[in-house]
Design a protein around this ligand. Structure first.
Ligand SMILES: *Cc1c(COP(=O)(O)O)cnc(C)c1O
Length: 396
């Protein structure tokens, strides 16, 4: 077996260098801990970027995947498959929406949402100059459509021209959204809680205001729940806490808890007036293995009362993080919702804190330019919060 040094060398020799990776090679996991190739133990407050909600080595989850592998892994969307039917029912019922389309990633879910919005508007007026309003400081993915609605000039610039008709407004500023609305606007897309941009939850009044604008002008409201969805904020989907429902929701990350899968989910109005056979497709999307994972994830969420657990543990995490804000000059503020929290680091690069934490056996990641992001598995207990805090204190 390779050690970390050999693994790093081989990776850098053969894998396109698009990531500056942390210098550890993770080999296995148990619960909320990960182990590298040398057997060093890490407390995981990153969860593979908000993916591994159930903790590592969940026997029930692993067994469901093994069973599905032995039955069938792939069939294609030319046929019906059993796990797809089950997974779809669970996503639709959990969201109270109407229809789902499974993808392989988050960015593809965004592509589907954009196509849905354009088709919905096109059916009304057959125009081909529809516009989408997106938010500054947002993140929706790296494929060209998703990148086009990602409000980050640095990510966009080298890849222009992007798709046309995209306008940007300020997150949590309803007036700035209103200013961008025209008779060609077909959708407003936003994250319920901005993740990569630095952990900014939407203000309730803002989200309700966007919903009202969309209703007034028959514009589709697209909520990107790829990072903040699937229980992370304490409800199955973050918008469920706000008393609004989107017309289109995108999901990925924790949807399959490690199996690559995403989805876009439509309400009835949108499902009945948008994509039809021939409009959209995918070879892998909704495949039996991915859907067996999705289906099992929803079962485990119900059985282990995951959202209830998040609501129980999150106030404790917030309290402990707020203590750091009080205690350390280098921690300017805390922002977040549920188990999606950020600490604003000042006076030193956030990367320095992250590197020190890794050295002390704690995995945390950044968001934006100066935010330390905490997105642990949703099954963490108070003792793990305490352990995280005591390691972080050594790094501040
Ligand atoms: C991660 C993320 C995406 C992109 O998902 P990928 O699976 O990496 O393509 C889109 N939107 C949000 C909010 C995300 O956090």
């Amino acid at each position: 077996m390779m050690n970390t040094e050999q693994c790093m060398e081989k990776t850098e020799q053969y894998v396109l260098h698009t990531y500056n990776r942390n210098k550890i090679a993770l080999e296995r996991g148990k619960g909320v801990y990960l182990y590298d190739a040398e057997g060093k133990k890490y407390l995981d407050f990153a969860a593979g970027i908000a993916v591994f909600a159930l903790g590592y080595g969940n026997e029930d989850y692993n067994q469901a995947l093994k069973d599905q592998i032995d039955r069938i892994i792939h069939t294609s969307n030319l046929y019906y498959n059993l796990p797809l039917a089950d997974a779809a029912e669970k996503v639709v019922k959990a969201s109270g929406m109407d229809k789902v389309f499974f993808t392989n990633s988050g960015t593809e879910a965004i592509e589907g949402a954009i196509k849905t919005a354009r088709k919905y508007a096109w059916l009304k007026d057959q125009r081909t100059d529809h516009e989408i309003i997106a938010m500054k400081n947002s993140f929706h993915g790296r494929s060209l459509g998703a990148l086009s609605v990602t409000g980050n000039a640095h990510y966009q610039e080298p890849f222009k021209p992007l798709i046309g008709g995209i306008k940007f407004a300020d997150f949590n500023d309803l007036e700035s959204v209103k200013l961008q609305i025209t008779d060609r606007t077909c959708a407003i897309i936003l994250e319920t809680v901005q993740g990569e941009g630095g952990i900014y939850p939407a203000d309730p009044e803002f989200l309700k205001g966007v919903r009202a604008l969309c209703d007034e002008h028959d514009i589709l409201m697209i909520l990107d729940e790829i990072q903040c969805g699937m229980g992370r904020t304490g409800s199955m989907f973050a918008w469920q806490d706000y008393g609004v429902q989107p017309d289109v929701m995108t999901c990925a990350k924790a949807l399959g808890c490690g199996i690559p899968v995403g989805a876009f989910v439509l309400n009835k109005k949108t499902a009945e007036h948008s994509l039809v056979p021939g409009d959209h497709g995918t070879t892998y999307g909704g495949n039996p293995l991915a859907c067996a994972a999705v289906s099992k994830v929803f079962d485990i969420f119900r059985e282990q009362k995951i959202t209830e657990h998040v609501r129980e543990i999150a106030p404790y995490l917030e309290e402990k993080l707020d203590e750091l804000v009080d205690k350390y000059d280098s921690v300017a503020a805390r922002r977040g919702k549920g188990l999606m929290q950020g600490l604003v680091i000042t006076g030193k690069p956030v990367g320095e804190v992250i590197n020190k934490a890794i050295g002390h056996g704690l995995l945390v990641i950044s968001a934006g330019s100066d935010v330390l992001r905490l997105v642990p598995p949703l099954v963490i207990e108070k003792e793990h919060v305490d352990e995280m805090i005591s390691i972080l204190e050594k790094c501040l």
